[in-house]
Structure formats: C-alpha cells, structure tokens
Ligand binder design. Sequence first.
Ligand code: NAD
Length: 475
Amino acid sequence: MFINGKWKQAENNSTFDVLNPATGEVITRVANGSAKDISDAIKAADTAFEAWSSKTSYQRSHYLYTAWKLMMDKKEDLARLMTEEQGKPLVAARNEVQYGADFLLWFGEEAKRVYGQTIPSARPDQRFIVLKQPVGVVGAITPWNYPVSMITRKMAPALAAGCTIVLKPAEATPLCAMEMFKIFEEAGIPAGVVNLITTLDPKPVGVQFTSNPVIQKLTFTGSTKVGKMLAKEAAQHMKRVSLELGGHAPFIVYDDADPVHAAKGAVLVKFLNTGQACISPNRIFVPRHMVDDFTKEFSSRVNAMKAGNGMDKGVRIGPLVGPDAVLKVENQVKDALSKGAKLITGGKRLTDGPLEKGYFYAPTVLTRVTRDMLIFREETFGPVAPIIAYDPEDDVIKMANDTAYGLAAYVYTKSTSRAMTAFERLKFGIIGINDINPTSAAAPFGGMKESGMGREGAKEGINEYLETKLGGFSI
Ligand code: NAD
C-alpha cells in the first residue's frame, strides 16, 4: 500500500492472492490492509491537504502533466499487466491505458480554469464574489473492469481541484492500481496527497469513508447495490457523493438503419471487455421484419471472434472476472431459454484445452427475448446479446426506458428527426447516435435514475470536487 509517501505492508502483515482470470494462477500476493491502515491513510491525506490545496493550479497541473507523460512511457507495460490481472485482450488494454492517461492531461489543463464569478448586487455598497474551492479529503472506491481509467477518472479531477485522496481499488485488480501509484510517486506528488489501500475486505473502507469526519467526499464506481448502501451511510454524515453505478443499455435499431452497419456497431460495443462494461448493451431492439437479417450479420461477426487468453494474438473475448460472473451469465441464459428465447450461438462455458482453468463463457446471441426474462431486467455483465423484436405500433423508446437504470443508450437511424426525438426522450445519461463510443475525458460521463449521480470527465467532472463559496463584501 502507499501511505503518506511510503510503500507499506499491512500493519498486521496480512496479504491476499491476485489471480490471472485466464489461467486461474496466482500472479502475486499483496497487502491486505486493516482498519488501522485505512485510518493512517486518511490521516496522511488530511495532513497533506493544506499544502496541496494552497499550491497554484499551475503547480498542480504540472504534476498531472508529468504523470501523464510517465503513463505514456509505460503504456505497454501497464497494458500487459492489465491483461494479466484483468483478462481483457491486449489491444483493448492499450486503449484503456490511453483513455486513462487522457484524464491526466485533460484535467491538468482544466485545473487552470477553475473560475469563480462576480455577481452584481442590488446594493451600491455591496459586492458578491463566488469562489470555487476544493471540497477536502476524498475517499475513492474503484471497480475491476476498467482498473486504470476508473482511477484516473477520479484522481485527475480531484488532484486538479486541490483535493487529497485515499483510494481503494477492487480486490481483483490491485496491481494496476499499484502501478498507477508508482507513477504518481515518480511524478513527485508530495507525500500524503495520494494514498492507496489494498484490501480483501472492502467493508471497513466503506465504513470509514462514509463516517470518518475527515473525509468530505466519497466517489464510487461499482454496483448499484453497494452504491446505494454507501450513499445511505454517507447521508448520515452529509458527505458529498458521486456514484457511477450499473447500467442496462438499450440499443435501438430503427427500420431505416443499415442492418449491417447497426450489427457491426452492436457487436463491437456489446462484446467490449467481454460484456463487462457498465455501458454494454443489454437489450437490442430490432424491427421484427429486420430481425433475421440483423441476427445473421450479428452472429456471423460473433462467430468470428476468438476467445482466449488476452495475451494471445487475435483474441477478442477474454475471461470473465471470476466464477460468480460465469454463474450469473449461465443463470440468465438458462432462464431466458426456459421462457422461450432462441439460442443462435454460444450458450455455454468454454473449457477446451488451456481455457479449462480460466473463467470463459462463449459469446452468445439470443433472439425472442421478452420482458418476463431475467436478462430483460438484470444487468448481465457478460458476453450475452439479447435481441428483442418490436412492431411498428410499439413505442420502442418507452420499451427502452422501461428499466430502473439510466446510464447509456444507443440508437441507429438515418433520420435526423428520429435521432433527435430519441436523444430527447431516452432517460439515459449518455446517448450514442449511430455511435458506439460516446466517451472521452472531455465529455461528461454518468447516469440517471439508479445508475448513479454526478458526472466524471469534462467540466462537470472537476465540479464534483469543488465547493462553492459566496463572499458578500460591504465597501
Ligand atoms: P462492486 O460494487 O461489487 O465493487 C465495486 C467496488 O466496490 C470494489 O472496489 C469493491 O471492493 C467495493 N465494494 C464492494 N462492497 C463494498 C462495501 N460494502 N463497502 C465499500 N466498498 C465496497 O461491483 P463490481 O462487481 O466490482 O463492479 C461491477 C459493477 O460496477 C457493475 O454493476 C457495473 O455496471 C459498475 N460499473 C459502473 C461504471 C460506471 O461508470 N457507471 C463503470 C464500471 C463499472
């Protein structure tokens, strides 16, 4: 762990295994932090806050810029480590490192644009000035599916704003987090400004992040279930919260869309990170008369995807994160088939040869999916594409909005009017119109409804780490 500028074992010397999900082998063991380690890290962040927040934004920007350069130099090593620890194919890991680095550069620049304002007063002797100031010490909790970019998406704006941080990565991917903290150390960020706690039991971290009076802000990316629980606890102490939670993205194909273009886009975004992405389409709506053509194109592309160890050339489908993830996918597919879905391809674990020891599930396509199936409601987080037929009299946007989630949605159409109507009516925070990658460090990312609150990236991303202070001056 990295606490107050020093690398440390856990105070009680406890450790835990980090596994390679493609082989089931232990990569190494890391520190299993205790409650005492967590409070030490919070104390260090508290002590460092005054000096860090007093630096000029140009100075803070320079640290972020240096970290960005170091990250670019280490891009290949970081990507290889990510593939080993998290399982995604090497090409995808390289893309993630680039995406993660973008936040350091973008917020390094944005640090210099934390503007306040002056407001005219009705009184001639009065002046109003609004200051933006860092919120204080931040507790950050990140998931395993994007083990590098979820760290920079939180830390870059927090550091730019002048906050200090304690971060806890997911127990499946502490190694990527450790490499990122080595970069922050090498960039010369002062002791205590960034602190890393690795632990197998996240609960005591949640308790301290939501109740320790030093922590002013909790930023969390993970499941809706844990996010709700943390938000409830944080509310007891009125802590600020940003939550990036689960999704259940609809992918709407209109009858004027090119089925080949739409199928190509749908396959690319569905199987991104083996379906383990919060913006992964979970319901693909296709006009009934187009379902056969669309499914043929879609499944031929799926059948061409090679599953295996992400280190091997040509692999597009890596392992799932662990045995529970495989069980969840199996359960959803079984439930759908028992209720009348049709299996087009996949639908089973992959256990041939070297895949036997990893957590592999075949990329799967289901048609005749209906509202009564688990997969219509539950986030899958795996490589299963459910295709739902709709008729001309159906209000497909209403069908798409029929979920408690509200993170991402996709629409394929050639009609500007349909695109605009869908953009306005869909109750999701991110809408891709003929576009499967509506994400960037410069764009606000986040969800509505049970997909969370707050935004990451863009101007909104730094606002999450700033307080607004009003000064009324009588002169
Ligand atoms: P998870 O909620 O189980 O874990 C996420 C993080 O929370 C991990 O670091 C974990 O250790 C920690 N955690 C778990 N229980 C905790 C507790 N009681 N107290 C404090 N921390 C706790 O989710 P997961 O399965 O690791 O991640 C997948 C989920 O994350 C999916 O639902 C996905 O949609 C969501 N996700 C959302 C986004 C987004 O930006 N909206 C991005 C990636 C993942």
